[in-house]
Design a protein. Structure first.
Length: 466
């Protein structure tokens, strides 16, 4: 059941009414939320809900052993191995099997590795990371393992189970356990975020995808180099609109249910270098990689050279987490190398290589766009074909788009970009001044106009594929 579908919002409206009938009984609300979360997973495939139940039972049992048993470090290690093994087996089985098969074939061994049909549970990439934050917090004595139902709700919470943001147990479990969840949080901001999500995902993102991105990325050899460059810019903007729009949407749903989710974006394309970019882009994942991969590897301890290798390793892990594809590893390597260059430049010169903030931001944006090519293309060969067309289609293919007009639109978009960061808060503040009975008269036509201007169909959330 898609979060932007009419069916979802019809069910959610009824659920919302029932949910707040029990405003004085958070325990009942939690039970309703748990049922809704498993129902949401089952609406895609009942096996997704069954696997979630199995996974939750094991994680909860191991967390209790970590908390109570003298050998808690051993049980913590077992629990992490279990969690990563589930993700690795279900998500990366075909990738590693194919790579191993190719290696055997190249070495002259004439046999075929057996294949196994495995389902990939929806959201496993995200709730695996959720479970790791839970296990680490229990191991560090930051939290005590709660009741099974609390663990189950934390892992399956339907707004963030498919595409994040990544919730940390020490921040989210207290909200589940709270006895004072008796009202919607900041309803005007929630409504503003809902409308903003529609504008980003349905309208702007949909137009960019249908007009520029899909035609060019599907057949780059048929387009002029400048058309391809525009499509690369368009994809960078589309990815931001799609993912930040999804974050706006689920943040709004969580607020309507009395929960808060972590922030995920902070104007990432205004970053002056890659370090700054990763403090602004997919922040919940960036900080997870920092705290649960980079720092356990040793962080900045061990000297400058060692630190650079750890940064590269962390970005490779981030790339592999996104998908079982060589392209994602290349994407992670590009960002890892970029972070190393930033570190080396600072080490040698003692200051940023580019002092001018605007120029540094422009170059960082283009470096990120280059990496997005590997993120978007299905295979490494497709990425190289697009790069070849980008560099060589200046004369052989006529222009299809009005390049200067399109670049003007992009420039205006970036000029307005800082202002849009304040848009939800500004809209919520204005909405507070409007009587509640008049708000539907404002929001309804705005939502209708957005849907009317959008391409037909419901766009997929890009990160749900990860």
């Amino acid at each position: 059941m898609h979060l932007l579908s009419i069916e979802f919002w019809g069910v959610f409206a009824f659920f919302f009414w029932i949910y707040w009938l029990f405003a004085r009984r958070p325990d009942v609300q939690n039970g309703l939320l748990l049922l809704a979360s498993y129902g949401f997973l089952a609406s895609f495939d009942p096996r997704f809900a069954l696997f979630m139940a199995f996974y939750t039972l094991v994680i909860h049992w191991l967390s209790v052993l970590i908390h109570r048993h003298p050998g808690r470090t051993l049980f913590f290690a077992v629990s992490v191995v279990f969690s990563l093994s589930c993700l690795g087996t279900l998500k990366y089985h075909d990738f590693f099997r194919d790579a191993l098969q190719a290696a055997f074939t190249d070495a002259g061994f004439d046999f075929v590795l057996p294949g196994v049909e495995l389902i990939l549970p929806l959201g496993i990439s995200f709730y695996t990371l959720h479970s790791i934050t839970y296990l680490v917090s229990v191991w560090k004595r930051e939290i005590a393992p709660g009741a099974l139902a609390e663990t189950a709700l934390f892992l399956s919470f339907f707004p963030s189970v498919v595409s994040g943001p990544i919730n940390r147990a020490r921040d989210f479990l207290p909200q589940i356990r709270s006895a004072h969840r008796q009202e919607v949080i900041d309803p005007c901001r929630a409504l503003a975020l809902l409308i903003l999500a529609l504008i980003k995902v349905l309208w702007l993102g949909g137009v960019l995808s249908e007009t520029w991105i899909k035609p060019v990325f599907d057949n780059p050899s048929e387009f002029h180099s400048l058309d391809i460059l525009l499509a690369v810019y368009a994809y960078a903007i589309h990815l931001y609109l799609n993912f930040s729009g999804y974050t706006d949407l689920v943040t709004a749903i969580a607020l309507l249910l009395g929960f808060t989710l972590p922030p995920n974006f902070d104007a990432p394309y205004l970053a002056a270098n890659l370090r700054d970019f990763w403090r602004r882009w997919h922040m919940s994942l960036s900080f997870f990689m920092r705290d649960y991969v980079y720092i356990p590897l040793g962080g900045s301890r061990g000297g400058f050279v060692s630190t650079q290798f750890k940064l590269l390793a962390t970005m490779l892990v981030s790339g592999l987490w996104h998908g079982a594809n060589w392209n994602f590893l290349v994407w992670g390597a590009i960002h890892g190398i970029g972070l190393i260059l930033v570190g080396v430049g600072g080490r040698i010169f003692g200051k940023p290589l580019i002092a001018n903030r605007a120029l540094a931001t422009l170059l960082t944006f283009h470096y990120v766009c280059f990496a997005w090519i590997f993120f978007r293309c299905p295979t490494l060969a497709d990425s190289l074909d697009l790069l070849k067309a980008l560099g060589g289609n200046f004369d052989a293919v006529p222009l299809r788009f009005n390049v200067f007009s399109c670049l003007g639109v992009f420039v205006l978009a970036f000029a307005a970009y800082p202002w849009t960061r304040r848009l939800p808060g500004y809209a919520a503040e204005r909405m507070l001044r409007v009587h509640w009975s008049l708000r539907p008269l404002i929001l309804g036509p705005l939502a209708w106009a957005t849907i009317a201007l959008s391409p037909a169909g419901i766009p997929e959330f890009i990160y749900s594929a990860f």
